[in-house]
Design a protein around this ligand. Structure first.
Ligand code: HEM
Length: 549
């Protein structure tokens, strides 16, 4: 039984070998072709009929493995050959959650096939912990666009090993250390003030905030990583070029690339992913190499003054930690790429929720008035620890709208692993966590569809002990374990400060007075690498305090 799939092929191949002898007789040749086609179809169907679809069927028939104590992982078959590719297009997090709900036991762990790729997805916090925290899943699956955009030489897609460890350690020590993040607080506040001025100066209402927040976020990362300061009001050619590189890269990396999963398409570049990546990479190399060269000139000076940004740090690495120029370009480009959109996407969701829930906005503003004063300004990060409701609003937004609903980048099993429940996940399987589904599961969160920041407020109005940095898998929007997001501290510090400033300076209202409160906010989503609002948030703003510059 176990070899049925293989023996089908053996029969057809041996029959094909006879074809030469039979070529003299067309009717026998036709009969042979029919037999071969039937064998081929039978093999396809045998593979496809297996729970999880063709890639899982092929694996089990060829390995003749036992199914482990947990038995076969349940999952949709999808279509022969391509499997469940359809589930990964559009709003994949919603489609995967619906598919898991339809099959008993599949929320815990669901198998599916993306062409030749075996995939497991979990909507369960216990299994999510196993996947994200165990060393068997510390790698990332190969993705043509990630390689094409050089991310295999940066932290995100570097194979788990010595090189990746060096990069993580260097970034953790010199870029994302709490000391570094807090030292940058005043710069963050300066960008917040620029944002407030830009919004205040917009000539007409209603306004869209996305462009300003995205530009602010890019300027922030450029300053933090490259030590380069851009103004928000006028966009320079340099920042325009960088913004378009990030946007185009996002488009390519977020695309479901069929040739990642169907090797017979690999040579064709049907979706133009490879050519798109080549074009971007040439521009990125030009851009980042120029910045590195500028730093080389000033590097000795920075070293002597014991100051310097992340480029200076990378230039100063010695011995086995030393990076080639090409590696440095990849690492720096990844920081810009990952640090820009995620933060802006989250801030837009928070503001949308403030517009929708007037009572939440009023309570947040009352908290800000009490801490910084009605006519005071949020001028730095010192106020943040005294603002538990602000933190609760951001956590609740992360719960309902995680920027990476499937945690953006999947994991790869490097050896066979057993996860809770006893299911065996074979080496080479791609593993995903549906954080969006976990955060909306009524068994995990009471009344999960209600936006209620009070979930994160404890007795006496203090912040409840609920970390979102990866130790509690009921809400881990930054992932968990050794490959969790290294930029999470920076991201939270930025979002907290900017939302505090924006909520303190303006009242945020829906564009139309006639609409029922919040009725104007369109919460439709679009999922690329991050999940953002499909229709940019449009608002009317009213200044709240006197003395706004
Ligand atoms: C709201 C903002 C952000 C969110 C929601 C977010 C989310 C994530 C998630 C879910 C992962 C995958 C984690 C895993 O596999 O367990 C990740 C990885 C990563 N993130 Fe973030 N991120 C954010 C901001 C940032 C920032 C500001 C930076 C850097 C400037 C950054 C850099 C990275 C990098 C380099 C990785 C790859 C880590 C590795 O593979 O070792 N992220 N992020």
């Amino acid at each position: 039984m176990g070899s049925a799939g293989e023996s089908g092929w053996v029969v057809s191949l041996s029959l094909a070998a006879k074809a030469g002898e039979l070529s003299a007789d067309p009717s026998r040749l036709l009969a042979l072709a029919v037999v071969v086609a039937v064998c081929w179809l039978t093999t396809l169907l045998l593979h496809w009929a297996f729970p999880g679809g063709p890639a899982w069927g092929r694996y089990w028939w060829s390995r003749r493995r036992s199914w482990g104590i947990g038995g076969v992982i349940p999952g949709p078959r999808g279509l022969p050959v391509v499997g469940s590719m359809g589930l990964m297009s559009g709003l994949a997090h919603r489609k995967l959650a619906a598919a898991a709900d339809a099959i008993p036991g599949a929320r815990r762990l669901m198998a599916l096939s993306l062409g030749d790729t075996r995939v497991v997805v979990t909507c369960d916090p216990v299994v999510a912990r196993d996947i994200l925290n165990c060393s068997e899943f510390a790698d990332r699956p190969a993705k043509e666009s990630a390689y094409g955009l050089m991310f295999h030489r940066a932290i995100g897609f570097a194979p788990y090993g010595a090189y990746w460890r060096t990069l993580r350690r260097t970034a953790a020590t010199h870029l994302f250390s709490p000391k570094q993040i807090s030292a940058f607080g005043l710069h963050r506040a300066e960008i917040a003030a620029q944002m407030v001025r830009a919004l205040n100066g917009l000539p007409s209402q209603p306004v869209q905030v996305r462009k300003i927040v995205k530009r602010a976020s890019l300027n922030h990362v450029m300053w933090f990583v490259f030590g380069k300061k851009y103004g928000l009001e006028q966009e320079t050619e340099e920042s325009k070029e960088l913004r378009s590189l990030v946007e185009e890269g996002y488009e390519l990396l977020g695309k479901l690339n069929w040739s990642d999963h169907l090797p017979f398409l690999a040579g064709l570049d049907l979706q133009r992913v490879r050519s798109g990546c080549n074009g971007i990479v040439r521009r990125v190399e030009r851009f980042v190499t120029r910045i590195i060269a500028e730093h080389r000139v000033g590097h000795r000076r920075a070293a002597e003054a014991a100051t310097g940004d992340f480029v200076d740090v990378l230039l100063s690495l010695q011995g086995s930690d030393r990076l080639s120029d090409a590696d440095m370009v990849a690492v720096l480009w990844e920081m810009i790429f990952r640090g820009t959109d995620t933060v802006a996407v989250l801030i837009e969701w928070v503001l949308a929720r403030l517009v929708m829930h007037g009572e939440v906005q009023a309570r947040l503003q009352a908290e800000l008035d009490a801490v910084v004063g009605r006519n005071g300004a949020v001028t730095g990060p010192e106020a943040i620890p005294a603002l538990p409701y602000l933190q609760a609003v951001i956590k609740e937004t992360l719960r309902m709208h995680p920027p990476g609903p499937l945690l953006s980048w999947a994991r790869l099993a490097t050896s066979d692993a057993i996860v809770s429940g006893g299911h065996s996940v074979p080496a080479g399987t791609t593993a995903m966590v549906n954080m969006w589904a976990i955060a909306r599961d009524p068994a995990v969160w009471p009344d999960p569809l209600r936006f209620d920041p009070d979930r994160f407020i404890g007795p006496g109005g203090h912040a409840a002990e609920f970390p979102v940095m990866g130790s509690d898998l009921r809400l881990a929007p930054f992932g968990s374990g050794r490959r969790s997001c290294p930029g999470k501290g920076l991201a939270m510090a930025t979002v907290e400060l900017w939302v505090a400033a924006l909520a303190h300076e303006f009242e945020w209202r829906a564009p139309s007075d006639d609409a029922a409160e919040g009725g104007d906010v369109d919460l439709s989503e679009v999922l690329r690498l991050s999940c953002e609002m499909a229709a940019p948030l449009t608002v009317r703003l009213r200044r709240r305090r006197r003395g706004l510059a």
